[in-house]
Write a protein that binds this ligand. Sequence first.
Ligand code: GLA
Length: 729
Amino acid sequence: MGIYYNEKSQSFNICAKDTSYILAVAPCGYLAHVYFGKRLPDEDLTYFLRLNENPFTPLTNDRDRASYLDTLPMEYPTFGTGDYRDCALKITDENGCSTCNLEYVSHKIYGGKPSLTGLPATFAEENEAQTLEIECVDKAVGLKVTLLYTAFEDLDVITRSVRFKNCGDKPVTLTKALSACVEFDDCGYDMITLNGSWARERQVERAPLHHGKQLIDSMRGESSHQNNPFVALVSHNADEDSGEAYGFGFVYSGNFIAQAEVTQHKKTRFIMGINHADFSWLLESGEEFIAPEVVMVYSCRGIGKMSRTFHDLYRQHLIRGQYKDKRRPVLINNWEATYFDFNTEKLISIADEASKLGIEMLVMDDGWFGHRDSDNSSLGDWFVYEKKINGGLKHLVDEVNKRGMKFGIWFEPEMVSPDSELFKAHPDWAIQVKGRPMTLCREQYVLDYSRKEVRDYIYSLMRNILDNANIECIKWDMNRQITEAGSAALPKERQKELWHRYVLGVYDLMERLTTDYPYILLENCSGGGARFDAGMLYYSPQIWCSDDTDAIERLKIQYGTSLCYPCSAMGAHVSDCPNHTVGRNTPFETRGNVALVGTFGYELDVTRIPQQDRDMIPKQIETFNKYNSLVRTGDHYRIGNMFKDNTWDAWMFTAKDKSEALLEFVQVLGRPNERSRRIKLKGLDENAYYYEENAPDVKISGTALMNAGINIANLWGDYQSRLYHFIKA
Ligand code: GLA
C-alpha cells in the first residue's frame, strides 16, 4: 500500500491494492490527472500531460493559457478560465461572477481515513488505508479547496471527497461543488447505468460513449427509482470475467449527477457529485462545506470483479452496527398480507402460525398509528391507533415475543399527511414555496428536515414508541419525492440549500436513532427501492429492494442491484401468488430460492396460503440458514444475464477460501429442444476437486467445473429453480 509523492515530477501515485491513480502539479499550479488503472511503480509519467505537444503551453506564453486549459486533463476543473468542458466547481463571488481558478498549495499524507462530518462515508483503520489531502486555493476570493483521496490496502478502491472553506473575508457561494472528476485518455468505453421505475428498479443499461455529454441524475430529493447513483465505464470488450471496468458509486441519498463527456479530442471526462441544478451553498467567511464521497473501483478482470470489490468494501467498510456481520432474523411482514386491514388479533394469528414454522420476527407495516385506515391520513402522528392495535402496542409486542418472535415496526418519519394533528399544528413544517399550492403525492407532503425542531419532534414521538415496547427492528420508509422545494425557515439566499440540508437532516436523525438504539435492525425502504444507495447503507445494513416481489421480476432487479451493492443488503421476501404487482404464478420453491439471495423473509398471510406452501416454509428457512453465511461473506458471481437472455438465470456464491460454493439456477421459460443446459461455474479452486452435496461419490475438478461446466438435465416447465452445493473434496 502507499501513496507516493515524487518530488521531482511533483506527482502523486495513489496506490490501492492493484490499482494506481496518478495526478501531478502542472505548470501554473494546476492539478492534472495522469493515470488511473493497473498498479504502477513509482515513476515519472507526467509526459502523459503532453505539455509540450500543445502549441499553446503556459510555460512560454501565459496569454495562451485558455487553449492549454481546454485540453489539459484536469483533476478538479473549475468554471470560467478556458476549460470549456463541464466543470466540477463553480462559484458566485461577491460581484456576482462565476469564475474560479484553483492552484496547488500543499499536501499531506497520513494513515487511516477521516470521517466526513454529518455525512455517510466508508471507514478504515489506520493500517487499512492511507489518505492524501491536497490543498488548493482560489486566491482572488480566498476559497480553500481540499481534495481528499483515500486508498484501501486490500481493495482496489480509492475514495474521494472535497472540503471547501471560505478563508476570505467576503461571502462566497458554491453553485456547483462536485465530489470527483476523472479524465480518461480515450473514449473507448461503454457506460453502464442502473435505471428504472417503481417496481422495476436498477435495470442494467449499457451503451457506448459518444461525443457530447451522457448523464444520469436525480432532482427528486432522493437517489430515486429512476437512476441509481452508480456508473461504470467499461472497455467495449468487458464482460463479467475480463476487460477493464471503472466503477463509481456515490455515497449519497439525494439529488446527484453522474456524467461522461467525450471531448473534441476523443477523450472522456467523468464527473460525479451533488446535482448542481437548483443547488447553491453560501459560505460566509470561515464557513465550510463538504462534498459527499465518491467511491472509485478499478478492475482489470471484468465487471464481476468490480462488483465483488464494491461488495467487500460496503460489507466491511460502510455497513455498521451489530448486524454488520450477522445473519438477519427471518421475518414476516404484513404489508402484502393485510395492507391497512389488520388489528391486534390478526397480527397475533399471523405470529402464531409464523412462529410454528420457524419465522423469527414479525414486522408490522403501515397503518398502526393515528387513525390510518388508508394512505390518506395520519403521517406525522406517531401514536398508536388503539382501534386497530386494541390492547396497546406493548400488549401486542409482548404477545409476539411470547411466541418466541421479535417485533419490528414501520415508520415513515419524513412525511406528513394533510389530515394529521401534526399538519394542523404546524403547516409550515412541510416543504413548500410561499404563495404556491403544495403538490400532493400519495396524499402526503414532505417534512422540512432541514429544521432541527421538526426532526426533534418526530424523534420524540418515535422514542415514545420505541421506549414503550420491545421493538427490535424498524422499517424506515420514504414514499414520495420532493416538489416545491422551499423552507419556511431558510433566508432567501439559502433556499437552494434546502435539497442538501434535507438529506443532512435525514442522516442526522438516522445517526441519532442508530446510536441510541444500537440493537435495532434498521431497514431502509422508499416506495420499494428508490433509496437503495451507499449513503443509506451506512445507517441500515439492509434496504428493501423493490415493491415488486415477483420471483421472475426480481431476477433482473437483484442482478442490477448486485452490480454495486452486496446481496446481503438486499431485502428479499417470498410473497403470495398470483403476485400482487404482475399477477404471475410461480412455484413457492422458486420464490424461496430467489429470495435466498438477500435478507430472507415472507410477505404473505401465512394463515391463508395453501397448505402445501406453508409446509415448505420450515425447509426453506433451513436452507436459508444453511447458506446465509456463504451469501453474506462469499464472493458473488453472476452467470446468467436476464437482460440478454430472459429464458434462464444462474448465479453463485463462493466461499473466500473456495471450500464451498452455492449455485442457483432458474429456468424462466421452458423451451423446445432445451431440456438440459450446460453451466460453467466460477470462482472455484482449479487445482481442487469438488463434489455436489447430493452426489458425494462424484468428484469433479475445479478446472472441469469452471471450463467444461455441469449439465443441468431434465428441465421441464416455466419458473423452475434448482440449488447445487459444491464442497471441496
Ligand atoms: C411502500 C413500501 C411498502 C409498504 C408501503 C406501506 O410502498 O415499499 O413495502 O411498506 O409503502 O405504505
